[in-house]
Ligand binder design. Sequence first.
Ligand code: BV8
Length: 241
Amino acid sequence: MAALQARVAQAARVCVLTGAGMSAESGIPTFRDAQSGLWARFDPMQLASEEGFRADPRLVWDWYAQRREGVRRAQPHAGHVALADFARRRPGVLTVITQNVDDLHQRAGLLGTIRLHGDILQDQWLSPSRHAPACDLAQAVPGRPPRCALCGNLVRPGVVWFGESLPHGAWQAAEQAAQACAVMLVVGTSGVVWPAAGLAAAARRSGAHVVIINPAATEIDGDAHEHLAGPAAELLPKLLM
Ligand code: BV8
């Protein structure tokens, strides 16, 4: 740990990629944890996809509404705070890229987080192109899901579903940060979901020292130089002293 602490302290650029495990100690279930994972109870492709939403808008809307409540109840933990404090102490050094759709990094005071998969607390139109300019999200008719009073378009969560492209600007910024950093910390992700999972290998190819922080093995352990087996809320404050 001491060598890694020194490496982080001396690094000109540090990049952190977070996944659902970063929110686990704040009480938000992870996706692939067999016991409590959201996917254990639902078919991810059914719920987190446009086809799934169109097939059963109420089921998918209710699933996101339940998750939004969980996000609102959750609080950032010591790991989120450690990242925000590090960013304040060393301006311009840290870039955090998250796969998570919660706002815990932001609520811990971290600015400029790159959000690859959107924001569960935001709404957007299901078919934006179909819209008359007069249609207003704020005027949507309440429902499960809400819909446009003028043209009937449905409201959907502002997240990136499976099969949807990541926001172009966010993905570009994430690739650039991964390729420019001296150290990459990969925190709380199973490395299953692409293209986010490819960022660790991209950092390694560009010469970064890659460290996985996770109690369990991941699909991308082979892309890392070392693996700290433990929880984010305990290890990040030690590493970012
Ligand atoms: C796209 C928003 C096509 C919705 C999510 C190769 C290239 C490109 C695409 C693909 C590809 N191969 C396959 C694909 C398709 C697909 C994909 O990856 N499928 C998987 C299932 C195989 N990818 C896509 O569809 C992506 N889109 O690429 O479009 C395209 C391609 C090119 C050009 C144009 C178009 C879009 C993917 C985004 C999907 N949306 N979220 C929602 O949230 O409802 S993904 C969802 O999974 C979350 O965002 C989550 O963050 C993410 C990843 O999961 P993890 O974060 O890793 O969470 P998980 O539960 O798996 O693991 C938790 C980890 O934490 C565990 O390892 C655990 O041990 C650890 N942990 C637990 N406790 C702690 C801890 N760690 C630390 N501390 C703790 N205390």
